[in-house]
Design a protein around this ligand. Structure first.
Ligand code: SAM
Length: 279
């Protein structure tokens, strides 16, 4: 087989995720489970020996069986343990259901999951065991819509909002802009909290600094915190905790039992930042 074919053959047996033009991760494909272009993005789901099922959108890892708990626990629990009474929850993005699963562990009244791409929901229901179950929970309202449209048109108010967007490209780009947070702030109850994934502290610190500039204009408490996600660029991920009235250390309740990563000590430690992230 000639070199080109070899490379193509080799390509088919693995997926390469580029983090920079000269570096990234690769995942050997044990089995191709799904690969289809939706109206919004290319959706792939593969089986890998090390990480199990891996969901990729436009070639970028979103969720893997093996390490999704690191990300979803650190997105969901810091806000849910400090909010005085988290009853009305909004998740924007989050089509793999990981944050929804974690939020439902609290005595919430309802949770709106606003996902732009029904295909992501369908693939997640088919391949992620938690998804089918949690969508049956009568506290869940699934909305297939653009997060910005939803926030612009709803009259609902929320106690905690999770922005579980993909990278700031394609449909997700609008979820990373100041205008979106200005709209979102109007949908918060007085003690409302927003938690957003704000990307890799190693590769995207300028982008995080830009966001912190407008976060500080909009919210009294705007704090970054960190947590490991082995399959994300740089292996460590950055989150933003935004609120006018609730301090991120004002813990009101224990987290639910059975968590694998998050605990009260991790909570405090996560907000300790390296010099590069102190803007
Ligand atoms: N944990 C992942 C990460 O940090 O990259 C993100 C998980 S989740 C799969 C991201 C979801 O956001 C995707 O399902 C995507 O379809 C959805 N999404 C992207 N843009 C959106 C928008 N404007 N409104 C609602 N959902 C959106």
């Amino acid at each position: 087989m000639d070199k080109k074919k070899d490379a193509r053959q080799d390509q088919k047996s693995e997926i390469r995720e580029y983090h920079t033009p000269s570096s990234g991760f690769f995942f050997k494909i044990k089995k191709n489970l799904h690969s289809k272009k939706s109206n919004y993005q290319n959706i792939e789901l593969i089986e890998n020996e090390t990480f199990g099922k891996i969901l990729l959108l436009d070639g970028l890892v979103q969720t893997t069986d093996r390490d999704e708990f690191c990300y979803h626990e650190m997105m969901a629990h810091p806000a849910c343990v400090v909010h005085p009474s988290p009853v009305d929850i909004l998740i924007i993005g989050g089509g793999d259901g990981g944050i929804l699963r974690e939020a439902l562990k609290y005595a919430i009244r309802n949770v709106h999951l606003v996902e732009i791409d029904a295909e992501v929901i369908a693939v997640s229901k088919q391949y992620f065991p938690w998804m089918k179950e949690i969508l049956k929970d009568n506290r869940v309202t699934l909305v297939i819509n653009d997060g910005v449209n939803f926030v612009k048109n709803t009259s609902l108010k929320f106690d905690v909002v999770f922005i579980d967007s993909s990278e700031p490209v394609g449909p997700s780009a609008v979820l990373h802009e100041k205008l979106f947070y200005e709209l979102l702030k109007k949908r918060l109850q007085p003690e409302g909290i927003i938690v957003a994934q704000v990307a890799s502290p190693f590769f995207h610190s300028e982008f995080i600094e830009q966001k912190m500039t407008f976060f500080r204009e909009l919210f009294r408490f705007s704090s970054l915190y960190l947590g490991p996600v082995p399959t994300y660029p740089g292996g460590c991920w950055c989150y933003a905790f935004l609120s006018d009235l609730v301090h991120p250390f004002d813990i009101k309740r224990d987290p639910p039992p059975g968590l694998r990563y998050y605990n009260p000590d991790i909570h405090k430690a996560a907000f300790a930042l390296p010099n590069d992230l102190i803007f």
